[in-house]
Design a protein around this ligand. Structure first.
Ligand code: 5GP
Length: 190
């Protein structure tokens, strides 16, 4: 997606050879116009796949997921990292290793929001080693829910996530695919 690649070049900051900071439009301050274009792009790609729900993880997946939800006209479920006292329903739970925080955390989705007839699209801000997406897939498996595809805003193609998820038969659509982050420069695939 050209608009996104241009924005990454303009406002992204390479923190190391493995980490890109995009706090000014995706992870901290959010550009709603860009998120809308991203939602439309995901919708155009996945619109014929019979998607009934989108799932994502709080917090940075929410903005792109909600805009995709508007265009696909389906609900968006946010997997919670912290379970509050209002979450009294029975939960489907998975453990995830965090790439950025380098610790494990638990994600939870209330079982009331998913059922066996659902066909789910997973959306997240970044794909690194695929652990967040795997956690969401594990929850879908527990609930006997089909994962129809994975939509990623920024994929770091030099890390292991894509291969791992493709091995599990997943179709992944990434809007920007980064080949390398060497010498402070972002190089895209293709
Ligand atoms: P994975 O689970 O694929 O290893 O990592 C994906 C998650 O880690 C994303 O949800 C995102 O929050 C975070 N992440 C991974 N790599 C980066 C990065 O280079 N920059 C930022 N801002 N977040 C990242």
């Amino acid at each position: 997606m050209k608009l996104l690649e241009e924005r990454i070049i303009k406002d992204g900051r390479v923190l190391s050879e493995g980490v890109l900071k995009v706090d000014s439009f995706l992870n901290h301050q959010i550009d709603p116009q860009l998120m809308q274009a991203i939602g439309e792009e995901f919708s155009n790609y996945f619109k014929n796949k019979g998607i009934t729900k989108i799932i994502t993880i709080e917090a940075s997946g929410i903005a792109p997921a909600v805009f995709a939800g508007i265009y696909l006209d389906v609900p968006v479920i946010v997997a919670k990292k912290n379970v509050g006292i209002t979450m009294t329903d029975e939960l489907a739970v998975a453990d995830v290793y965090s790439f950025t925080k380098q610790t494990n955390y638990t994600i939870s989705i209330s079982k009331t929001f998913l059922n066996e007839t659902d066909s789910v699209l997973i959306i997240d801000d970044f794909l690194a080693n695929g652990q967040a997406a795997l956690g969401l897939m594990e929850i879908c498996e527990q609930m006997d829910v089909l994962v129809a595809g994975i939509g990623i805003v920024i994929e770091k193609s030099f890390q292991t996530g894509r291969a791992l998820l493709e091995e599990k038969g997943m179709e992944i659509y990434s809007l920007a695919r980064i080949k390398s982050l060497i010498d402070g420069e972002v190089e895209f695939v293709g």
